[in-house]
Ligand binder design. Structure first.
Ligand SMILES: [Zn+2]
Length: 297
């Protein structure tokens, strides 16, 4: 699969000017690490993320625009690679990371994780060296009306190093709230993820789906999954204009995207930690779910 993805990239960079532009933009992107407590966050300035960071995702705005993930609306140069009977892999023309992919369902239908986590695990297993992420419809998905995942190279994927060797369900003192689920047994892992999501729905009263971001990778026959329960979509500083940032899965995994140059220079580790705390679940609700998950292991 990786070989076919590499070939798709090579062909598409030649054939599709918008992707070539995005790849060049990423090559020019500046990245600087900032130390927070015991871990690093990599702040990345990418101008071409402006539209995604500020995308209106309310029902009316989404209904008004043509869906950019429906096969019939894709630019003529864009080519997909079949993953399975339901999902097709595309190159993302607005990359945050190397080999940034969008993996879209063939049918136009709501972004929902129910019955989809197994597909995520299969994608992660097929894409060696990559991560796969899911952004909930109310916390980072710029197409909340069309089921999709994203994937990218783990050449930079800070959370992997941060959590190497950790065996607990939570990651202490990590600024953001995250549940860590590991395992070699596909169905047991699906069951645990479904349970965690059900507990979050119960704790937050958000239905049909609690606000979540999810990241998964597969290494040495084991899946590692990160479930970020969210308290809100965008931080206060986004609305005041102080910082144009809108964290989703990749940001929470440690690559903090900043589309404006002046914000790239100005943002501090303390500010990022505060934003992570603000947008992930408040500690009381988080600990309540963590205790239940821990007791069911
Ligand atoms: Zn669509």
């Amino acid at each position: 699969m990786i070989h076919e993805v590499e070939e798709l990239f090579t062909r598409q960079v030649r054939a599709w000017p918008q992707l070539a532009k995005g790849v060049e933009g990423l090559a020019r992107a500046r990245t600087r690490p900032v130390r927070i407590d015991w871990f690093d966050i990599f702040i990345r300035h990418i101008s071409h993320r402006m539209a995604s960071t500020t995308a209106p995702v309310d029902r009316e705005s989404v209904a008004r625009r043509p869906c950019f993930l429906c096969a019939g609306n894709l630019p003529s140069e864009e080519e997909g690679l079949r993953f399975d009977e339901n999902f097709t892999i595309y190159c993302n023309p607005f990359p945050i990371v190397d080999r940034h992919l969008t993996i879209a369902h063939r049918e136009h239908g709501s972004q929902r994780i129910a019955n989809q986590f197994g597909n995520m695990l299969d994608m992660a297993a097929a894409l060696a060296g990559y991560f796969v992420v899911y952004n909930g419809p109310e916390c980072g998905a710029s197409a909340p009306d069309h089921m999709h995942f994203q994937a990218g190279s783990r050449s930079l994927f800070p959370i992997e190093k941060d959590t190497a060797g950790l065996t607990g369900v939570t990651v202490p003192n990590y600024a953001r709230q995250v549940f860590l689920l590991r395992g070699r047994d596909r169905s047991a892992l699906i069951h645990r993820m479904d349970r965690a999501i059900a507990l979050l729905a119960q704790a937050t009263g958000k239905r049909p789906e609690p606000l979540v971001n999810i990241a998964v990778f597969h290494e040495a026959a084991e899946w590692v999954a990160y479930l970020f329960p969210r308290g809100k979509h965008r931080p206060g500083v986004f609305y005041t204009g102080e910082l144009t940032v809108s964290p989703a899965s990749i940001d929470l995994c440690g690559i903090f995207v900043v589309p404006l140059a002046q914000h790239f220079e100005a943002v501090t580790g303390d500010a990022i930690a505060a934003i992570f705390r603000e947008v992930t679940l408040p500690d009381g609700q988080f600990q309540q779910v963590a205790r239940k998950l821990e007791s069911e292991r």
